[in-house]
Design a protein around this ligand. Structure first.
Ligand code: UGA
Length: 447
């Protein structure tokens, strides 16, 4: 099948590549000429395991093409994906200008029936807005005699559920494929498009457009709620003298609760949860509905991002000026270089504000840290996790990278001025750490 994907960010590039990989003819289009030129050479703008090889392979096979030529792209695909960004407005609601701009572009160039697919995470009601915008443009073109007034199209909501760091695998083996449309022809076409991904088990769930749009937000908000809930219980456990890790196993064993997404930590970050929770709150506000649970989820998360700093401040009795901290893990989670809404940023900024220095290391996010904070004298970027320790007053672990799981504790002790470790991800056993001679702070467990 012939498919066009507008937007070569995370969602667009991964989805386009995976569709090409099963044999569809995919054209990816972006307004950023430099990005397109780099993609043509096989240079991938993001770090995502497995993606580079697949892009190169499918590009070489001619199934995956990159262009800035919107007219050609609209002529190519019977199915036109919109996978451009929906950044938050100042008030936290999703900014739809890029989505609507693409809708306009498709309408300006289309000469035959097109299925327009909203792949970006967009508020409930966006498909209606896209539909309206496309209709307006086609009407104007029909009046000018460019196209027939009978030119038809459909707008489908088909939200993406991929996770950064496992985007390729998530896209190849989706838990579900949500198709939001009431048009029987569209359902048939979308079923054919996704048939390769729905062979062993039926993955496709068809519903109306608004339910599909809300499904995406409900999924992310439910996951964010689980995390904020666990962080709240962890804070309670700490104060009550209970151990959150025991509690986590105790409740996770109930299949209705489950073990997934109940790890306490330093708060959720990334480009999705914070943005989507806020956007759904704004959507609710917009119809005078008070989304009480979501507001609490957001407030708990904002506070959780400050808890590591509070522990550090309390340990050093407020005397942080002139101290140096080794920080391991800067990306918002492992296996990505993404630092959007990362808890490490809140921590480092608080440390700097208090007059402390940071020696930071991350396996993938060093370039991004340089881009964000390279101008700051109070930051030293270190080439290895060991180098970050040299002469520091304490080690702080913010992101649970695999390579931090079994560090050389003797070396850590030798390099730090005092053996103090603040662990935002409960990577180690408190009793073992005490035996090794560390003052060890974690989340939801007694020091
Ligand atoms: C999230 C969802 O998991 C995807 O299903 C969704 O498609 C995606 O957003 C999106 O809307 O595009 P992602 O942002 O890549 O994916 O990251 P997650 O792996 O879900 O992690 C989010 C945050 O939650 C991280 O900061 C992580 O450290 C934190 N987290 C996760 C916890 O603090 N505890 C947990 O138990 C799990």
């Amino acid at each position: 099948m012939r498919v066009t994907v507008f937007g070569t960010g995370y969602v667009g590039l991964v989805q386009g590549t995976i569709l090409a990989d099963v044999g569809h003819e995919v054209v990816c289009v972006d307004v950023d000429a430099e990005k397109i030129a780099r993609l043509e050479q096989g240079i991938i703008p993001i770090y995502e395991p497995g993606l580079e090889g697949l892009v190169k392979e499918n590009h070489a096979a001619g199934r995956l093409r990159f262009t800035t030529d919107a007219a050609m792209a609209v002529a190519h695909g019977d199915i036109q994906f919109i996978a451009v960004g929906t950044p938050p407005d100042e008030d936290g609601s999703a900014d739809l200008q890029y989505v609507l701009k693409v809708a306009e572009t498709i309408a300006e160039h289309m000469a035959a029936h097109r299925i327009i697919v909203d792949k970006s995470t967009v508020p409930v009601g966006t498909a209606d807005k896209v539909r309206k915008r496309v209709s307006e443009v086609i009407e104007a073109r029909a009046k000018a005699g460019e196209v027939s007034a009978e030119l038809t199209f459909d707008v489908v909501s088909n939200p993406e559920f991929l996770k950064e760091g496992s985007a390729v695998a998530d896209c190849q083996k989706p838990d579900r494929i949500i198709i939001g449309t009431e048009d029987a022809h569209t359902v048939e076409v979308m079923r054919e498009l996704y048939a390769p991904f729905s062979r062993q088990h039926e993955k496709i769930i068809v519903m109306d457009v608004k339910s599909a749009e809300l499904t995406k937000y409900a999924a992310n908000c439910m996951l964010a709620t689980k995390i904020s809930f666990m962080n709240e219980i962890a804070n309670l456990a700490e104060r009550l003298g209970a151990d959150i890790e025991a509690v986590r196993q105790g409740i996770g064993s109930d299949p209705r609760i489950g073990y997934h997404f109940i790890y306490p930590g330093v708060g959720y970050g990334g480009s999705c949860f914070p943005k989507d929770v806020q956007a759904l709150i704004r959507t609710a506000d917009g119809i005078d509905f008070d989304a009480k649970v979501l507001k609490a989820v957001e407030a708990r998360n904002a506070e959780q991002k400050t808890t590591l700093f509070a522990k550090i401040r309390d340990h050093f009795e407020g005397e942080l000026a002139g101290k140096t901290f080794a920080v391991w893990g800067l990306s918002f989670k492992p296996n990505t270089d993404d630092m959007r809404e990362a808890p490490s940023r809140v921590l480092m900024e608080a440390l700097w504000e208090a007059g402390a220095r940071v020696q930071a290391y991350d396996p993938e996010a060093m370039e991004e840290t340089q881009r964000l904070y390279g101008h700051r004298d109070e930051l030293t970027l270190c080439g290895t996790k060991e180098a970050a320790l040299k002469g520091a007053d304490a080690l702080v672990i913010v992101t649970e990278w695999q390579s931090f799981r079994a560090p050389d504790f003797e070396l850590i002790k030798a390099q730090l001025s005092q053996p103090v470790l603040f662990d935002g991800r409960n990577m180690f056993e408190p009793a073992r750490m005490a035996k090794k001679g560390f003052t060890y702070y974690s989340v939801g467990r007694l020091p």
